[in-house]
Design a protein around this ligand. Structure first.
Ligand code: AMP
Ligand code: ZN
Length: 468
């Protein structure tokens, strides 16, 4: 990282203003992003948040930072209301599909990681699961208990928010306002804002996921997992914590409360929140309502995941975006036009410094992707030589993540790519079938290769296989 690193400005929800980013350790960033609750597919609203976080991470990398990114997988403890009421979402998913909570978690975690890959979201350095960190969560609750921040009710161990002067500072709500705004009943909690650190298993013992604890058999609350895992892998304080805007009043407010109460230190220096994706003008997309749109819904309608990524980049992450298939179709057209234009440009050579400088200014100004895209189109239409434009476009794509290189390679260079391993294996098997004069098998393997989009030619040197 150069001595005079470029300046990055980020909107810090904690202080409600745009601030110059200053890392704790020079050249390094510890980044924690709240991950999915793996009881169902992610909907495209959830995916908007992960794309925003990816743009943040890519921007930090682009500026030369070494980023240590941790994202949790919530596989226990997130109840159907973000407060402490209702069923565990994992149990709900298990009942819906007649499977175990573990199987549900495994399946939807894999589906989620697949979505991220298709959206060209860079993988996190660590993906800790809540169920693998029960020990750390219990240790943190014990620390809070020793400091007198907890109390016991009939159904669990709770955090007493009235003991913190500045509880709710992230949401900028006075306790009184939080009280008025809360919809849930108070039960035998002392204050409406108090939250469960550890919930006891129901007495009839029908929970699939439960653990022994110094209190009673039960399971951790949702907020404690993020604090325990963030502190374990990133230390306290770390640099940046992110999530969707809905996490401000409850989840992140409670993460801050319990982590600061435990150690007296801030949890993270910068808190960034992505705005919601709406389906109609005012309706937010929610996983709990059954009619949500997934990445698969888009693919079934012949939209590419990268067209959705491009659609998202057209709106600043701090503004609400309204999804429609018309807008997605326009984004897909735009992206296809971009690929087609740049495909004709040939090999990249020495870029356009003027545009690269302007791009850095856009993206370092609180991740201004709409301006960055506008600048990209200015570049495309500019009079710079094609080879220079290509070079600069590929540079922009390190942040935009639209896979411009892969989608603009000339057809001949695509043909010369090494064959994927599975295709190599089919080719070897077909060669063997031919040598053994097993014609039926040889025909079957040729058809299979053709179906996969390969051309098969038999020469005197054996079978040749090429991308069609
Ligand atoms: P969940 O799997 O429900 O814990 O949510 C995963 C992430 O998606 C969280 O960071 C939420 O804040 C975010 N999120 C939920 N709904 C939306 C939405 N409609 N638009 C954007 N982000 C959302
Ligand atoms: Zn979290």
């Amino acid at each position: 990282m150069p001595e005079l690193a470029p300046q990055i400005f980020l909107s810090n929800s904690l202080h409600r203003q745009k601030e110059l980013f200053k890392p704790i350790k020079r050249g390094r960033v510890g980044l924690y992003t709240c991950g999915p609750t793996v009881y169902n597919y992610a909907h495209i609203g959830n995916l908007r948040t992960y794309v925003f976080e990816d743009i943040l991470k890519r921007t930090l990398l682009y500026n030369g930072y070494n980023v240590n990114h941790v994202m949790n997988i919530t596989d226990v403890g997130h109840l159907t209301s973000d407060a402490d009421e209702g069923e565990d979402k994992m149990a709900k998913g298990a009942a819906r599909e007649g499977k175990s909570a573990q199987d549900i978690a495994k399946f939807y975690e894999a589906a989620f990681l697949n979505d991220l890959e298709e959206l060209n979201i860079l993988p996190a350095n660590k993906l800790p699961r809540a169920t693998d960190h029960i020990k750390e969560q219990i240790a943190l609750i014990k620390k809070l208990a020793q400091k007198g921040f907890t109390y016991k009710t009939v159904d669990g161990i709770y955090f007493d928010t009235s003991q913190l002067e500045d509880y709710g500072k992230l949401a900028n709500l006075k306790n009184q306002e939080l009280r008025a705004g809360a919809r849930v009943g108070i039960g035998d909690k002392k204050n409406i804002t108090d939250f469960a650190l550890w919930k006891f298993s129901p007495p009839l013992g029908n929970r699939q996921m439960e653990w022994a604890s110094p209190w009673r058999v039960g399971f951790p609350g949702w907020h404690i997992e993020c604090s325990a895992m963030a502190i374990k892998y990133l230390g306290q304080p770390f640099d940046i914590h992110c999530g969707g805007i809905d996490h401000i009043p409850v989840h992140h407010t409670n993460e801050i409360a319990q982590s600061e109460a435990a150690t007296g230190k801030p949890l993270a220096n910068y808190w960034l929140h992505g705005e919601f994706l709406l389906t109609k003008e005012t309706e937010k997309m929610a996983k709990s309502s059954e009619n949500f749109i997934t990445l698969q819904t888009l693919k079934n309608k012949d939209f590419s995941p990268l067209a959705y990524r491009y659609f998202l980049l057209q709106t600043h992450y701090r503004k609400q975006a309204t999804f429609s298939f018309e807008a997605l179709a326009a984004a897909q057209n735009g992206l296809t036009r971009l690929y087609e234009t740049a495909r004709g440009w040939g090999a990249p050579k020495i870029g356009c410094a003027e545009y690269e400088q302007k791009f850095l200014t856009c993206i370092n100004d609180d991740l201004n992707t709409p301006s960055a895209l506008a600048l990209m189109w200015q570049l495309v239409k500019s009079d710079y030589p094609d080879a220079a434009k290509k070079q600069t476009l590929l540079k922009f794509d390190e942040v935009l993540g639209l896979k411009i290189k892969e989608n603009t390679a000339s057809v001949s260079s695509q043909k010369n790519q090494p064959l994927p391993q599975a295709v190599e294996e089919l080719k070897t098997a077909r060669n063997a079938a031919r040598v053994g004069k097993n014609w039926a098998e040889s025909d079957r393997l040729r058809l299979k290769l053709e179906k996969l989009g390969y051309e098969v030619k038999d020469t005197k040197n054996g079978t040749e296989v090429r991308k069609k």
